[in-house]
Write a protein that binds this ligand. Structure first.
Ligand code: SAH
Length: 218
């Protein structure tokens, strides 16, 4: 790809150092991807100046793009080597999807709101990603035709791990999912060990609602 000057390069490098490295994100591949993906393109033009702030931002339809640190933390917890097939639930802006596409073999992403899905799909295509599939659908059911997945990332929070998602995870696979109610949520790492669910709590977080059959009602 031709290298064009990006006026946000410096502020992006600063975000990586101050918000990610300083808080303990250590995976060099994750840091590299977040130094590369132009986050400002995934928010509304009027919000571009705040794209690298230490907070989430609105993306329309009452949804948000996650805080950079949370994107980095969830991605690091997935432990991606580059060979994985990843399922993402909640495409939203497509920013997290782009970070995953930099780090995995193939990314299948599901978004329930058609307008967000269309915008993210167009942007990801424009950025040249050929290993990403975005689909409109009900994410708590997973993507049976593409299963199983080596990794699953859910970027909206539900009351529990949706059973179809755990079923679509490979043996030895990892899933990262925020679990809790509207007020209190815990970022949860789920591993499939001999078919059983092993979970580890990785800190508090706050996400928009996961809506669907195995989560909250619309
Ligand atoms: N990773 C996104 C975060 C978007 S917010 C980003 O960085 O921009 C969470 C997204 O999950 C919202 O767009 C919301 O519409 C979507 N969502 C909620 N429930 C869903 C479901 N059951 N299936 C698919 N997407 C869902």
């Amino acid at each position: 790809m031709e290298r064009v000057w990006d006026p946000f390069e410096l502020v992006r490098a600063q975000m990586v150092d101050e918000q990610l490295v300083r808080r303990g994100i250590a995976d060099a591949r994750v840091l590299g991807a977040m130094r590369k993906v132009p986050r400002q393109l995934f928010v509304d033009e009027a919000l571009r100046g705040r794209a690298y702030g230490d907070h989430p931002l609105p993306i329309g339809e009452e949804q948000t793009i996650s805080q950079p640190y949370i994107v980095a933390l969830m991605t690091e917890l997935l432990e991606l080597s580059g060979r994985e097939k990843v399922l993402e639930i909640g495409t939203g802006s497509g920013y997290q999807t782009a970070v995953l596409a930099e780090l995995a073999r193939r990314v299948c992403s599901i978004e329930r709101l058609p307008r967000l899905a269309e915008r993210a799909r167009a942007l990801l295509e424009q950025r040249g990603y050929t290993n990403v599939w975005v689909r409109v659908g009900s994410g708590t059911l997973g993507w049976p035709d593409e299963a199983p997945f080596d990794r699953i990332l859910v970027t909206a929070s539900g009351p529990a791990v949706p059973p179809p998602l755990f079923a679509q995870l490979v043996e030895g696979g990892r899933m990262v999912v925020p679990i809790g109610d509207a007020l209190n949520q815990v970022l949860t790492l789920v591993e499939k060990v001999r078919g059983e669910m092993k979970t580890r709590e990785c800190g508090e977080c706050k996400f928009v609602k996961l809506v669907g059959k195995y989560a909250w009602e619309a």
